[in-house]
Write a protein that binds this ligand. Structure first.
Ligand SMILES: [Zn+2]
Length: 358
């Protein structure tokens, strides 16, 4: 049933996209979400369209609408390529969403389908708002958005930290603690790279190729799981140790697409930020982004600009004599930027807890 929903929704998605494109090409007319929703209502008078719940059927309409809105926003912003919304192959159409799901102890109710057994994950708190069912290789996952009421008040800041992302370590903190990349990262990288090479050698449309593709997917999944787990550990520790966490604003468009190791690092950093953000919200902790410009060059003690190339790993200030690791210096700068942004005073630095990740 779930597969069937995806196939149906993929078709609806492509039809909606095509309709919008053609209406524009032929009549210079732009079609809105409301137009397509009305059309769907009309179509649903036919019995053949009624097996699927209306809410689920509307999901691709919403997605097409979001895709166009995002496209026009990018055109307006003139930031790089705007990327026109694309048609989606069935095999790549992997999820659908519906609102107000009913989640029980061991099952989730999908409209017109019934209760589907579900296990694991966090038990649900608050009021369920939205559910997304996703096909992930041969697994299916459900994520549920819940309303858990207003966020708690922010705490008064007595401990603060700045974080700098490195190339060799996951992060360096302003108190000098380095959060390592776990040893297994390299192992996973190698496995993904190997699986990719094996896949490239297989003949198109062969069974061997399908198997190789599954192996590659498993390798990616395995790495992603391990990474997620580790980053939960890190973010939880940061949130429970500090009241104010300052990080550099992430430039997603500037992120690398080339080297595997680098792209995995970028992904890890993105996940860490996301986790920090929502965990901070729940705990009333401050998480403040700052513009990182100049933070690696400026001396965190006297403000002198000390030029260094990317390969120079040590900051050594000719003006005040401060000598620190490059990332450590940057993290201290990031912290003080965040402190002035948040209006907290630098005196509190004395209260910095020491010691690393346990
Ligand atoms: Zn200095």
């Amino acid at each position: 049933m779930l597969e069937r929903i995806l196939v149906d929704n993929a078709e609806t998605y492509n039809a909606c996209l095509q309709e919008r494109i053609e209406a524009w090409k032929l009549q210079r007319k732009s079609i809105t979400y409301r137009d397509q929703q009305d059309e769907l209502t009309e179509l649903r008078k036919d019995e053949r369209f009624q097996w699927l719940a209306c809410d689920i059927q509307r999901d691709p309409l919403r997605r097409v609408d979001r895709a166009f809105k995002a496209f026009f926003r990018r055109v307006k912003a003139k930031s790089g390529k705007a990327g026109f919304p694309r048609f989606r192959a069935r095999a790549r159409y992997d999820s659908f969403a519906f609102s107000l799901p009913v989640c029980r102890e061991r099952s989730i109710k999908i409209p017109n389908v019934g209760d589907i057994r579900a296990r694991g994950g966090r038990s649900i708190t608050g009021r369920e708002k939205l559910c997304t069912i996703k096909r992930d290789g041969n697994r299916w996952t459900a994520s549920v958005v819940c309303d858990i009421g207003p966020a708690p008040e922010k705490v008064t800041v007595s401990t603060a930290v700045g974080i700098d992302v490195g190339l060799t370590t996951l992060a360096t903190l302003s108190n000098g603690v380095e959060i390592e990349n776990p040893r297994w990262t390299r192992k996973h990288e190698r496995r993904i790279a190997d699986a990719g090479r094996v896949l490239a050698r297989k003949q198109k449309r062969s069974n061997n190729r399908t198997r190789a593709r599954q192996a590659l997917r498993r390798a990616h999944q395995c790495a992603a799981n391990a990474r997620l787990n580790y980053i939960h550990h890190v973010s939880k520790w940061l949130i429970s140790t500090f009241d104010l966490i300052v990080h550099e604003k992430l430039n997603i468009h500037g992120m690398s697409q080339g080297r595997l190791a680098k792209s995995i690092m970028d992904a890890a950093w993105g996940i860490l930020l996301y986790q920090l953000k929502y965990k901070a919200e729940e705990a009333g902790v401050w998480v403040v982004p700052v513009n990182p410009r100049g933070t690696s060059q400026r001396c965190s003690n006297c403000g002198e600009v000390v030029k260094k190339t990317l390969s120079q790993r040590v900051h050594s200030c000719p003006n005040c004599g401060l000598e620190l690791g490059r990332d450590h210096n940057a993290a201290r700068n990031i912290l003080s930027l965040g402190m002035s942004d948040a209006g907290a005073s630098l005196q509190n630095l004395a209260l910095l807890p020491s010691g690393g990740l346990k």
